[in-house]
Design a protein around this ligand. Structure first.
Ligand SMILES: [Zn+2]
Length: 53
């Protein structure tokens, strides 16, 4: 399984869990600071990989 870093918007805390260990809020996945065409294709590539795996 691949680990994805998530972030609690309330605490500004980074975690790997779906729920913030500090306040119990749902965390959200971190996103690239700026959009780039490469990221766009990377997203599709990851989606395809998940189907294969
Ligand atoms: Zn929190």
């Amino acid at each position: 399984m691949r680990s994805k870093i998530k972030k609690c918007r309330v605490c500004d805390l980074y975690t790997l869990k779906d729920i913030c260990p500090a306040c119990g809020e749902s965390t959200s996945q971190t996103k690239p600071a700026r959009f780039s065409p490469e990221d766009r294709y990377g997203k599709y590539r990851r989606a395809l990989r998940q189907e294969v795996e």
